[in-house]
Design a protein around this ligand. Structure first.
Ligand SMILES: Cc1ncc(COP(=O)(O)O)c(C=O)c1O
Length: 395
């Protein structure tokens, strides 16, 4: 597709030949001063956009005071962040780390340790086909996508992948005493913005409670306001047993979190898990700032309103375009599935000054900053519609 610029960076990413040097709200600027509208937020990370003044102030003030100590000591901002997160999620305690994969790694270890503590020799976690949980060996083994597995055998045992959205297939697995947990994204992000049927999470909650299995929700992508709720599962009115977060929590400052409810809170006891950097004063101060802004009145309502507007505009404008298979999403997590691979649209959008992404080969994925205005949302709709129209014309 693009000729790769020659650098000393490993080739595990196919990078576009553009480098941004400045950001402002929903815009990025390259070295030549060209402006780009960001409809991706660094893959669901910069929910509050770029260079948010309140976050800049918090970060710079904290940088003058203290960056890092160690989890060998108490960290005041970490303790406050733990209070805020557990209160918001109605959960009990939290482990801080640096990324989504690490948050899921902690969740997986917790489930296995629960199995061990209960005399289960081969604890198994059910995960979903089409899921994505990260790139470490445990999280890629949990991931339900053979492309992600390819070349990395032997994978970790103890994962069983089942059809996403289907609760009927689950019952036989849940009767198996080796099965300790079920791990699921409320909306599959990397899988192509796939939404399960209505009440799916509620049914999973009921099943996990009934069969005494741990319900792990991976909200690394769908959490922190992305769907118009602080956590996507709040739409369903449920509380998981374990909840993993990262991406939007630090708005670009690396932070991940694995929250646990009361029942499973004691499983990862002293010496069982850790992180050198996790939850240091700097990242926790920023994460607290992010949550304060997202929890302000009207913030999440705005995400819902603009997301709903964008979805309905897409639906009416792309209605008669032959290559468009389905338009789906919630809040500002939007996917447009085409009937053929469309990776080339990413570069075409960039040439027009717009950042988008393609997931799963054929799904245009939009994850714009949550602070975008109605006009900016409509501008994204206009540009993406025009891109898809001309792609359709060339089909
Ligand atoms: C749902 C989900 N879980 C986990 C991850 C892995 O997060 P990270 O790249 O921060 O390790 C991602 C990343 O895209 C994700 O979307």
């Amino acid at each position: 597709m693009n000729s790769q610029p020659k650098t000393k960076i490993m080739g595990n990413y196919q990078r576009l030949d553009v480098s941004f040097v400045k950001g402002d709200r929903v815009y990025l600027f390259d070295k030549k001063g060209r402006k780009y509208l960001d409809a991706l937020s660094g893959i669901a990370v910069c929910g509050l956009g770029h260079a948010h003044p309140e976050l800049v102030e918090l970060l710079t003030n904290q940088a003058k005071d203290l960056w890092h100590t160690s989890n060998l000591y108490r960290i005041e901002h970490q303790e406050i962040l733990a209070e805020v997160l557990t209160d918001s999620a109605k959960m009990d305690s939290v482990f801080f780390c640096n990324s989504g994969a690490e948050a899921n790694e902690a969740a997986i270890k917790l489930c296995r340790k629960f199995g061990f503590d209960n005399g289960i020799k081969n604890p198994t976690i059910i995960t979903m086909k089409g899921s994505f949980h990260g790139r470490t060996m445990a999280t890629l083994s949990a991931t339900g996508n053979e492309k992600v597995h390819h070349g990395f055998s032997p994978l970790l045992s103890g994962f069983k992948h089942v059809e996403f959205g289907n609760t009927d297939v689950l019952k036989s697995y849940l009767c198996n005493p080796d099965v300790v947990a079920l791990m699921v994204e409320p909306i599959q992000g990397e899988g192509g913005i796939k939404l399960p049927p209505l009440n799916y999470l509620r049914k999973l909650r009921e099943l996990c409670t009934h069969y005494r299995k741990i319900l792990v929700l991976d909200e690394v992508q769908s959490g922190i306001g992305r769907t118009g709720f602080l956590f996507a599962h709040q739409l369903d009115g449920i509380v998981p047993d374990v909840l993993t977060l990262a991406k939007g929590l630090g708005n670009g400052i690396p932070v991940g979190a694995c929250l646990v409810n009361n029942q499973y809170s004691g499983i990862l006891g002293s010496g069982t898990h850790g992180s050198t950097f996790g939850g240091n004063p700097l990242v926790c101060k920023v994460a607290l700032g992010v949550l304060k802004i997202i929890n302000e009145k009207a913030f999440l309502g705005n995400v819902t309103n603009i997301g709903t507007l964008m979805l309905s505009e897409f639906r009416s404008r792309l209605n008669n375009i032959a290559i468009v298979k389905e338009i789906r999403g919630r809040g500002l997590m939007i996917g447009i599935e085409l009937n053929k691979d469309c990776g080339e649209l990413v570069k075409k959008a960039l040439d027009r000054g717009l950042l988008i992404n393609v997931a799963s080969g054929n799904v245009v994925r939009l994850l714009p900053p949550l602070i975008l205005s109605e006009d900016e949302g409509l501008k994204i709709v206009e540009e993406v519609t025009s891109l898809i129209e001309s792609f359709n014309g060339n089909a």
